[in-house]
Design a protein around this ligand. Structure first.
Ligand code: OSB
Ligand code: MG
Length: 396
């Protein structure tokens, strides 16, 4: 892929490129992309408004530079098309057939330019995010930079929240909440759905009057009088925010709700590119954005969304997709940017996986996750484990 020089493209200073100084690294040429389909058992099965999971399968990608440098990325797509249209199968196909062949042989000065290789491929943000993360890891490792610094991060520690699924009973939910509060998590997010909303949230509020609590409906409510009555009841429970009550395309419905309740409305599924973010801002469809590296299509896009949302006066935090250690480390890096001032879904690896693919695993201590000090993602991938456990693999 040709990297056409931009006007004034000379040695850049820290000020010229947002996100910090540009190390004097050789211009990476991507020599090969390898991909591994990997399934890990969950420590505790997770139920959302749409489905229950006891294992998660993600795609781990390994990008090799011509100089031998390696970068790792993760495609954290769900297996089924309930959260977003992508699935592990669609990601696998798009990666193998389009994205990896486009990236191999490309050359770029900065990982923010790597995506030019796949710019003409529409959608498929989860698949693209895996390659984008790997290119950032490759480039920052090659130059001995911390990923968080290269992105323009300013925090050394990130406040960790935890996302709790729908439980069989309110008692079991209260036990989960109690366990995570005792572990030190700074905020609890509760998944809600019709039939599992006001009662469980009220019970959590009664048990923990001062706890920072937010709810996430994954777009499952219709904009009916009945749903509005439910949302008004939730509005009275002192929540930090209500995430994605209505369908992804329903920006106007979110704007009407934001007018009617005091609790901030947060968008997740509604925003997967900057144009949708612009529309959401213009319509006042919320005041908070859950930035997911996967949903936006990578770190480059997540960083741009952060900039745009903060400039519009929105608050942002980093959401997760139950990432393995690679994607989780990328989330920690992006959450170190200054605008991420609400607790993020960056819980420790141990909340989800007994054996993660990175060493050291991501750890939340007293509700904070440290931004690692090593270059790149700051965590080493257990390559032997990844290769041994992979159900399928390819190399381009
Ligand atoms: O909506 O935030 C969501 C997981 C799968 C699909 C959608 C969502 C989630 C989470 C996970 O809430 C949070 C995490 O990774 O810790
Ligand atoms: Mg969500």
């Amino acid at each position: 892929m040709p990297t056409d020089p931009r006007p004034g493209d000379g040695p850049r200073t820290a000020a010229a490129r947002p996100g910090g100084p540009r190390p004097a690294a050789a211009r990476p040429t991507v020599a090969a992309v390898e991909a591994f389909r990997l399934s890990l058992p969950l420590v505790h099965s997770f139920q959302t408004s749409s489905h229950r999971k006891s294992h998660l399968e993600h795609i781990v990608v390994r990008v090799a530079g011509a100089d031998g440098t390696v970068g790792w990325g993760e495609i954290a797509s769900p297996s089924d098309p309930y959260y977003c249209p992508e699935t592990v199968d669609t990601c696998w196909m798009i990666l193998q057939r389009y994205l990896a062949p486009a990236l191999v042989g490309s050359e770029w000065d900065h990982p923010a330019d790597a995506g030019r290789a796949w710019a003409k491929i529409r959608g498929h943000h989860f698949a693209k995010a895996g390659l984008d993360i790997a290119c950032w890891d490759l480039w920052t490792r090659a130059s001995g930079t911390r990923l968080a610094d290269a992105l323009g991060g300013t925090r050394d520690r990130v406040a960790a929240g935890v996302s709790l699924g729908i439980e069989p009973t309110v008692e079991e939910l209260l036990a989960q909440v109690g366990r995570h509060v005792a572990d030190g998590y700074r905020r609890i997010k509760l998944k809600i759905a019709p039939g599992w909303d006001v009662a469980p949230v009220r019970a959590v509020r009664a048990a923990h009057p001062d706890l920072a609590v937010q709810v996430d409906a994954n777009g499952v409510y219709p904009e009916t009088d009945e749903a509005l009555a439910t949302l008004r009841e939730l509005d009275a429970l002192g929540l930090l925010l209500i995430e994605q009550p209505f369908a992804p395309g329903a920006l106007a419905a979110h704007a009407r709700l934001a007018e009617r309740i005091g609790t901030p409305v947060c968008l997740d599924e509604s925003v997967d590119d900057l144009d949708q973010l612009d529309s959401a801002i213009a319509l006042r469809a919320g005041t908070v954005l859950n930035i997911k590296v996967s949903r936006m299509g990578g770190l480059t896009a997540a960083r741009a969304a952060h900039e745009r949302a903060v400039a519009a006066g929105w608050r942002v935090w980093c959401g997760g997709m139950h990432e393995f250690g690679v994607g989780r480390a990328a989330n920690v890096a992006i959450a170190s940017l200054s605008g991420f001032d609400l607790p993020s879904d960056v819980s420790g690896s141990d909340k989800y996986y007994a054996h993660d693919i990175v060493a050291p695993p991501i750890r939340a201590v007293d509700g904070m996750v440290e931004v690692p000090s090593g270059p790149g993602l700051g965590h080493e991938v257990d390559e032997e484990f990844v290769r041994a456990q992979a159900a399928d693999a390819f190399r381009v």
